[in-house]
Design a protein around this ligand. Sequence first.
Ligand SMILES: [Fe+2]
Length: 253
Amino acid sequence: MIRLLQFTDTHLMADPAASLRGVRTQASLEACLAHARRRHLPADVVAVTGDLVQDDPEGYGSLELLFDDLGAPVLLIPGNHDIPAELERRLSHAPFQVGGTRVVGRWAIVMLATWFAGSEDGEGRLGPDELQRLEAALAAHRNRHVLVCLHHQPIPMEAAGLDALGLQDADPFLAVIDRHPQVRAVAWGHAHQALDVLRGAVRFMCTPSTCMQFKPRDPGFVIDDRPPGYRVLDLHDDGGIATEVAWLEGYRQ
Ligand SMILES: [Fe+2]
């Protein structure tokens, strides 16, 4: 078995006291990491699935300091609020890895970038190159179980506002997933809420943000009263998955 911790939508900024919709993002991330140290570490691998910073490259410095000493490789992908060139320039050294595929035990973790230059409102797109990279990774890892991570939701979340800002090329993405039965799960962030559903035999999971959450199944962008959170995934050698969202119940700033 391997253990993967997923953190997402950390929205860090240069000013450690800066807040997003009323939540100081660095403080809430620090609380999530402290919670993880007490309850869920050590882990074999950590994934941080986009919106690492809030349009501010200085936030990558804070991310580096906070994730540097978890004792596990830290896989990163950009979200719509990231600056991919800055992300790669600042965090392409161990224990960090931007994008790509990471083999851990019987599993391959495929990290996909959905950031694209023309996004106006925060929607995402894989594009032909990233879809091809997914195909190639799945062809190369036929005999492993696969977890695919991306920032944008590839399935509707029954929330009109958010769904308009999902993955624009979800259909070809899902077609690739459907052709490769070794894909066990798909995990994302972006929607700042928890979801865990089966699509066929594949587990599809949204993980809440380490800062503020949106109310599930609301057509607008209503702030939920749920606390910061992250996801624990125990990925078993037979392809089975045990997962839970770790919510920081009672967290206040
Ligand atoms: Fe996002």
